[in-house]
Design a protein around this ligand. Structure first.
Ligand SMILES: N[C@@H](CCC(=O)N[C@@H](CS)C(=O)NCC(=O)O)C(=O)O
Length: 215
């Protein structure tokens, strides 16, 4: 498979973790989101993903899959071991809800195109854009922490003792949160789970700085 990605894209990072957890090899095609005004806006990439966003997973038969959560669920269905979703329906709903706090609620507000619009159209300077980023990141991560605590999160990961879709979303979001200097010390369960995840080879190999095309 081919993964169109950008080393610092948290949505791409989610898929890289899932591919590595499944033990699948992939060829990376880096799409630089900043070079030349953003390669995602070029005609060639728009033919691959009209939403102008990474990741895109291209299967061996040429099929193009978009949206990181859909891609990860596809991988989980086709390569069930190790599972990235729990066996029970309530567990699956919980893991998907955690993943969507990040992928559906938090991340779309802080995407590159939104931050660019805030700067270029709304006139917000770099400090105000960072405040915006921190505000929405913390709103999402604080809810994530409470949901972890509410379910008596005693396992090593977000749901039990195996990494799931929720962990695939959490670790990349934390990478970006640290980059934007979000205070995270008041989120101890998230901190503990991140330490567990970040020690695993699959999470290490997916790290942004290890990807082809990393600045
Ligand atoms: N919901 C999409 C989000 C994809 C997305 O927005 N990716 C970002 C990078 S993390 C991107 O390509 N942004 C380009 C831009 O904002 O111009 C997913 O989960 O795959």
């Amino acid at each position: 498979v081919i993964l169109y990605d950008y080393f610092r894209s948290s949505a791409s990072y989610r898929v890289r973790i899932a591919l590595a957890l499944k033990g699948l090899a992939w060829d990376a095609v880096p799409i630089h989101l900043l070079h030349g005004g953003g390669e995602q806006h070029g005609e060639a990439f728009r033919a691959i993903n009209p939403a102008r966003a990474v990741p895109v997973l291209q299967l061996a038969d040429g099929t193009l899959l978009t949206q990181s959560l859909a891609i990860i669920e596809y991988l989980d269905e086709c390569h069930p071991t190790p599972p990235l979703l729990p066996a029970d329906a309530v567990g699956r709903a919980r893991v998907r809800a955690l993943a969507q706090i990040i992928a559906s609620d938090l991340h779309p507000l802080n995407n590159l195109r939104v931050l660019t619009y805030l700067g270029q159209i709304c006139g917000l300077d770099a400090d105000k854009r960072r405040d915006w980023y921190q505000h929405w990141t913390l709103a999402g991560l604080e809810a994530f922490e409470v949901l972890l605590a509410r379910n008596g999160s005693t396992g090593r990961f977000c749901h039990g003792d195996m990494p799931t879709l929720a962990d695939c979303c959490l670790v990349p979001q934390l990478f970006n949160a640290r980059r934007f200097e979000c205070p995270l010390d008041h989120l101890p369960i998230i901190g503990r789970i991140a330490t567990e995840c970040e020690a695993l080879p699959a999470f290490i190999s997916a790290r942004p700085e290890l990807q082809p095309g990393a600045d």
